[in-house]
Design a protein around this ligand. Structure first.
Ligand SMILES: *Cc1c(COP(=O)(O)O)cnc(C)c1O
Length: 298
């Protein structure tokens, strides 16, 4: 599976620099693969390995109609010669999302369930309890997801020199992995893109091993821009402005909020002099396809 992706480059964000000599680098996970970009490849890796070990022929997973996780699962299972079923939150709509169309293209069988039914994932899972099926939790949340995410930092040669590592959080699985792989002198900061998801910190904590106790991390909840799927014009303007300055594309659900947050924290003097920051750009650019053509400059 490792030969599927290319190593992510690290780039410097010159336009964020300031008189406190704070250095900001970004790990471009958006560049590792055209389809399974970002953290999804890392998060799925050990689940898929486990599915092979269990001789399961079909991967079953859960997600919304715009989920990067659904596309990545559909693609990777086909690549590995397995079948996949995507349980999608919400009834089928007339205009099927590009995300679902792409998943169908990769051979995923799509099953829509009402939002109410979806809440009871345990019951839905019961229909797939035989050995041929392997269930991956929604968004890859779980210990195997975090184990894969911990390998994200493997490619960072001078990891020790960073004082802060900052990422966006959906389920928090990636952040749990990053915390595991971080050093004791570093602080990991997670930007929560969901509104009112107060359990995030706890959901991350329960994924952490004893080894990670004592590591420093903080969740920031004030950068959700109205909620998960919300992209107000202030966010869109930021994305276009950031593209103009750095030629780095961002997605409206995660990475735009991440970059915005770091710029805002810099402006608010959050970081000490000489801090060295590593941001994780997780891709997710397919999510921008819901925007009207011409909204973005890239
Ligand atoms: C899935 C995703 C995340 C969030 O990952 P979690 O492990 O669920 O917190 C962040 N950024 C992008 C682009 C993603 O696709």
């Amino acid at each position: 599976m490792n030969n599927l992706i290319t190593q992510p480059p690290i780039e410097n964000i010159a336009s964020f620099e300031n008189e406190k000599l704070i250095n900001i680098d970004v790990l471009r996970l958006d560049k590792i693969h055209l389809i399974v970009s970002g953290n999804k490849w890392y998060k799925l890796k050990y689940y898929l390995q486990d599915a092979f070990k269990n001789n399961a022929s079909t991967i079953v997973t859960f997600g919304g109609a715009f989920s990067n996780h659904i596309v990545a699962t559909a693609f990777l299972t086909r690549e590995l010669g397995k079948k996949s079923i995507g349980i999608i939150r919400g009834e089928k709509v007339e205009k099927v999302s590009h995300t679902i169309l792409q998943a169908l293209d990769f051979g995923m069988q799509i099953q829509y369930v009402s939002r109410n039914e979806y809440k009871n994932k345990y019951q839905i899972s019961e229909a797939y309890s035989s050995k041929e099926f392997y269930i991956i939790p929604e968004g890859g949340y779980g210990e195997l997801g975090a184990k894969g995410a911990a390998e994200i930092l493997d490619s960072v040669k001078n990891l020790d020199t960073y004082t802060h590592i900052i990422c966006a959080c959906g389920t928090g699985t990636m952040m749990a992995g990053i915390i595991e792989a971080s050093k004791l002198h570093q602080k990991v900061i997670g930007i929560n893109v969901l509104k009112g998801y107060d359990a995030l910190k706890n959901d991350i904590s329960i994924l952490l091993s004893n080894n990670a106790k004592g590591k420093h991390f903080e969740i920031l909840n004030q950068y959700h821009f109205g909620g998960y799927a919300k992209s107000p014009s202030a966010l869109i303007n930021f994305m276009n402005d950031f593209w103009e300055k750095e030629k780095i594309p961002t997605d409206k659900v995660y990475s735009a909020k991440l970059f915005y947050a770091v710029k805002d924290l810099l402006d608010r003097n959050y970081f000490e002099m000489n801090s060295k920051i590593l941001m994780i750009h997780c891709g997710g650019l397919q999510g921008n396809l819901t925007l009207k053509a011409g909204t973005l400059a890239f």
